[in-house]
Design a protein. Structure first.
Lengths: 152, 156
């Protein structure tokens, strides 16, 4: 990693973690009340995040290139069954626990020790899926990212 | 320090803020911001593959940023696990939460992302897989929550 890449990742990651924490979504009630359709916070936050990111990406598309990693290549993948099945399994966890991988971090850092229990389960679930894929002789799933360019 | 903003920073700050984080990561290093991918990178050594180097830095920064917010941000009071811990005793709650974690991990790897990777970053890029995954998990989560609400007589 070049210095530019490292500092970019550290700055964005820290800002993201800060914002998730002050959003109060580490508290069970916030997401739970959202999913009960009683508190619009999560939908407004998610919707405004998507809208801002959509607008920002329109600008980036015009520029066509990134600061440290060459030409911009945004993800564009067709729908497969795994997106529905995986999404459904994820949705059950999201519904019952009213939390997600990012919020689990928030819960733990703000002193909610039950967050640690979820974290252990999360790592176990990621590993378990890898084990199933290996059994099925599939290539292991990782998340998509274009290669980070070599130092300029 | 930031007590004056109350227990929850309004959505019109946090939403656009995380949206800008998504744009920044694409624009700086051409990468899709995702938390489950960062956690996946931590188990890569166990499975014998090499994750992209930025994943672990991202996770460290995420935890760091969250800790800073926990220290200087609005007071977050976590007693137990909300209404779920009023319904279940600690042993049962731990089992349920462990299974919640397994579902989140298993599902996100199967689908190739979670609320951030697919929900924010992928949807904002207009990727069809992300739009379908996000619609699926939000619908299932709402149905599960409404079902729990009904089954527990409104206690959840």
């Amino acid at each position: 990693m070049t210095r530019g890449v490292r500092w970019s990742v550290l700055a964005v990651g820290a800002a993201f973690g800060f914002l998730l924490t002050v959003s109060g979504l580490g508290d069970y009630e916030t997401i739970h009340d959202g999913l009960l359709l009683e508190d619009p916070y999560i939908f407004l936050m998610m919707g405004s995040a998507m809208a801002v990111a959509f607008a920002g990406l329109a600008v980036l598309r015009r520029l066509g290139r990134t600061r440290y990693a060459g030409p911009l290549t945004l993800p564009h993948a067709r729908v497969e069954r795994r997106h529905v099945y995986g999404g459904a399994v994820f949705g059950v966890g999201f519904g019952v626990g009213a939390t997600c991988p990012g919020m689990t971090v928030v819960m733990t850092t703000t002193g909610g020790l039950y967050g640690l229990v979820i974290l252990v389960g999360l790592l176990g679930g990621l590993w378990l899926r890898g084990r199933v894929e290996r059994r099925q002789r599939q290539p292991l799933s990782t998340e998509p990212t274009p290669p980070v360019a070599a130092p300029a | 320090m930031l007590d004056w903003i109350g227990p929850q920073v309004p959505w019109w700050v946090t939403g656009p803020g995380v949206g800008l984080c998504v744009v920044a990561l694409y624009g700086l290093i051409n990468a899709r911001l995702g938390v489950s991918g960062a956690w996946l990178a931590t188990i890569a050594p166990v499975e014998g593959w090499r994750p992209e180097p930025w994943r672990r830095s991202f996770l460290l920064a995420l935890v760091g940023g969250s800790l800073i917010a926990a220290l200087v941000g609005p007071p977050v009071v976590v007693h137990g696990y909300g209404r779920l811990s009023e319904l279940l005793g600690p042993p049962a709650l731990m089992v349920v939460l462990l299974l919640v974690g397994v579902a989140l991990g298993y599902g996100s790897r199967w689908a190739g992302g979670c609320t951030s990777g697919h929900g924010m970053s992928g949807c904002a890029a207009g990727s069809p897989d992300s739009l379908v995954m996000t619609a699926t998990f939000f619908s299932v989560a709402v149905l599960v929550t409404l079902a729990l609400h009904a089954l527990t007589g409104g206690r959840l």
